[in-house]
Design a protein around this ligand. Structure first.
Ligand code: ZN
Length: 275
């Protein structure tokens, strides 16, 4: 953040506040650890940004708004209208950024599930995108020749999808709070969050741990809603098909930080949690 002038209070942007909550999520995940063996204290590639991204969702909850998002001179909380505008802006350009990202994530997976013998990467990329129905107007976020995640090490190898998978878990877990009687401050949901998703670190298979927390597997519906997309198979989807005049459903809640336009945007996921 930008350092304040001498004697002046330090003001931080909304983005910096989000980053602060994000990093606090890594800190809480780490500090909650109750595992016995150091090797089980690490992160799992497609899971390690989930806890931190989830923590960002508390930034726009009422207690935080009323106590911390206050004007430096008047002490007044940020106006509700401005909060609504921040929420509304969260779906901006999601169609583009989700598509360019998915193109790279899927091509990555196809490279790793195809016999490499005699493969022509350029032709392979073009054919794969065509098969996927990739719109001509949108380029891949990372074209194959410079896409370091594909083969530069064993760390990612077909793991670029992990950024969005962490978003799926984040949106789905955030809805567990949004639906709870106490909302984001519901003690029962928070208790399960700590017990299953924070404290065990890597000592429980993340898929099993998530099921313990949520009572089911993560669903993509919440992510679709957060990004302002119709949910496949829902009434919204049928509605949308009927009136093709761009009548999109508004997102229910929360804001999205996809991996474009955020501090964690460098396409670098840490092996551990030291980001
Ligand atoms: Zn992070």
């Amino acid at each position: 953040f930008v350092e304040g002038a001498p004697g002046e209070p330090v003001l931080i942007s909304f983005d910096d506040a989000s980053t602060f909550f994000h990093e606090m999520g890594h800190a809480l995940h780490y500090l909650s650890s109750n595992v016995a063996y150091p090797t089980l204290n690490g992160g799992v590639r497609d899971y390690t940004e989930f806890q931190s991204q989830l923590l960002e969702r508390w930034l726009l909850t009422d207690p935080v708004i009323d106590n911390y998002l206050v004007h430096v001179e008047t002490g007044e909380p940020i106006p509700a209208e401005l909060v609504e505008r921040i929420r509304a802006a969260s779906t901006f350009n999601q169609g583009f950024s989700t598509t360019e990202y998915l193109a790279s994530a899927l091509v990555d997976m196809y490279f790793h599930t195809t016999d490499p013998e005699g493969i022509d990467p350029d032709a392979f990329e073009r054919e794969t995108l065509e098969r996927l129905g990739m719109p001509e107007e949108i380029p891949m976020r990372h074209r194959s020749p410079h896409f370091g995640h594909i083969f530069s090490g064993e760390g990612y190898s077909a793991g670029y999808y992990g950024y969005m998978w962490a978003d799926v878990l984040t949106s789905d877990a955030a809805e567990a709070f949004a639906e709870a009687p106490g909302g984001f401050y519901d003690p029962e949901v928070a208790g399960r969050l700590v017990e299953y998703l924070f404290a065990p670190r890597n000592a429980i298979d993340p898929a099993v741990a998530y099921r313990e927390f949520r009572g089911r597997d993560a669903d993509i519906g919440p992510l679709m809603r957060d990004r302002g997309f119709p949910v496949p198979g829902s009434d919204e989807m049928q509605d949308d098909a009927m009136h093709e005049d761009g009548d999109m459903p508004a997102p229910d809640h929360g804001e999205m930080h996809d991996d474009a336009g955020h501090a964690h945007d460098s396409d670098v996921m840490p092996d551990g949690d030291n980001e």
